[in-house]
Write a protein that binds this ligand. Structure first.
Ligand code: OGA
Ligand code: NI
Length: 368
């Protein structure tokens, strides 16, 4: 006879999840702390419901093709680059860039520095653990820890870069120089990309820059340590970025997947490349010409940790109103989205868990 004693706990109903989440938060050591403690089974706060789990791909098979375009940014004549970027933003919402002008040696040093931050002794790391942003720099596990149904296998060092760095001294010394150098480079790269996005929409090269789309920049340095039960959880749940665009540097471990034509495809790491993706705000401003697409990261099954560094570009003024650019709206192509204040948009994002394209859909005008 099967007794109730033999049954696994009914995770999602019968335990005090809130209490266990708080206990995890109180350790101030993130999932890295759990790995260091030698756990072999995931605490149940990390168990995702079966429908949200991500099958770990067969890492020995090389057969999966990666359709995400790779663009030689500086080696392609301008007009052609505009076309390529436009096509990538329209069809995929994602592309990789090589020969982008950011020294590859800096990219390598940045990954190493962020990794070193996350691998500092527990006592040092703990000092930075904080969800507030008064210094512009903080460290935490899971941005949506208190609002999500399940936690993910990832820790993050977050840093506000723009409009300006609030306090250079608040940046952990172990990665300070690299972050400062990256800040300069990524801003310059961002300007180049915004120009290409603008021209691809048929507007003047400065159109998006004039909307202050370069001004607010937030960097996240994610650390995805080895996960002992990767099939039960995820690295980052499926979501679209609530931004103008994102520039992402990933190391060579792999794990990022993008939804393309209803299938998940791997964004294969390319040494020295950066991954660029369209955010929800650019989709809205472009009146749906560009697409922000869902992406996710599976929990890291490998012994080596995975490091990725994203910079989110957003407009500077949160109280301004945004919506489809008037010149992209016509009787033939009516506005697909309503206008809104950026602050309203961001509040909506941060009070819910990461859950895909619901945000952009919220602002979609209902067609009769
Ligand atoms: C993000 C994100 C992907 C990655 O931070 O929004 O999608 O590879 N990160 O870490
Ligand atoms: Ni993202």
């Amino acid at each position: 006879m099967t007794t109730i004693m033999n049954q696994p706990p009914q995770d999602h109903q019968t335990y005090d999840r809130k209490k266990e989440v708080h206990e995890f938060e109180e350790t101030k050591l993130g999932v890295k702390g759990l790995v260091d403690s030698g756990i072999t089974e995931l605490p149940r706060i990390f168990h995702h419901p079966p429908e949200n789990r991500i099958p770990v791909p067969d890492l020995n098979s090389d057969s999966d093709s990666d359709p995400i375009p790779v663009i030689d940014l500086l080696g392609t004549p301008r007009e052609e680059a505009v076309e390529k970027v436009k096509e990538a933003c329209t069809k995929y919402g994602f592309f990789q860039i090589v020969n982008h002008g950011v020294p590859v040696s800096l990219l390598r040093r940045l990954v190493d520095a962020i990794k070193a931050f996350h691998e500092q002794p527990a006592e040092v790391r703990k000092e930075y653990y904080d969800r507030g942003t008064s210094t512009g720099c903080n460290y935490f596990s899971n941005v949506d820890l208190f609002v999500s149904k399940a936690a993910s296998w990832r820790d993050t060092l977050q840093m506000r870069l723009g409009p300006s760095i609030i306090d250079v001294e608040a940046i952990p010394a172990i990665c300070r120089n690299e972050i400062l150098e990256w800040d300069k480079e990524v801003k310059q790269l961002g300007e180049l990309l915004l120009g290409l996005f603008s021209e691809g929409l048929g507007t003047s090269i400065d159109r998006l820059k004039e909307l202050s789309c370069l001004e607010s920049r937030v960097m996240v340095g994610h650390y995805y340590p080895h996960c002992p039960e990767p099939e039960k959880t995820v690295g980052i749940t499926s979501h679209a970025d609530p931004v103008i665009f994102t520039a992402l540097l990933q190391d060579q471990v792999g794990g990022l997947q993008v939804k393309h034509e209803d299938k998940w495809v791997d964004v294969k790491p390319i040494p020295g490349a950066l991954v660029i993706n369209v955010g929800d705000l650019l989709q809205i401003i472009s009146n749906g010409k560009y697409n922000s697409v869902d992406h996710r990261v599976y929990a890291n099954p490998l012994q080596d940790p995975r490091v990725s560094i994203a910079v989110f570009f957003n407009p500077g003024n949160r109280e301004d109103t945004y919506g489809p650019l008037p010149e992209l709206v016509s009787p033939e192509e009516p506005a697909l989205y309503q206008e809104f204040k950026l602050s309203e948009f961001l509040t909506r994002f941060f009070t819910k868990e990461l859950d895909g394209k619901s945000l952009v859909n919220f602002f979609r005008l209902k067609s009769e």
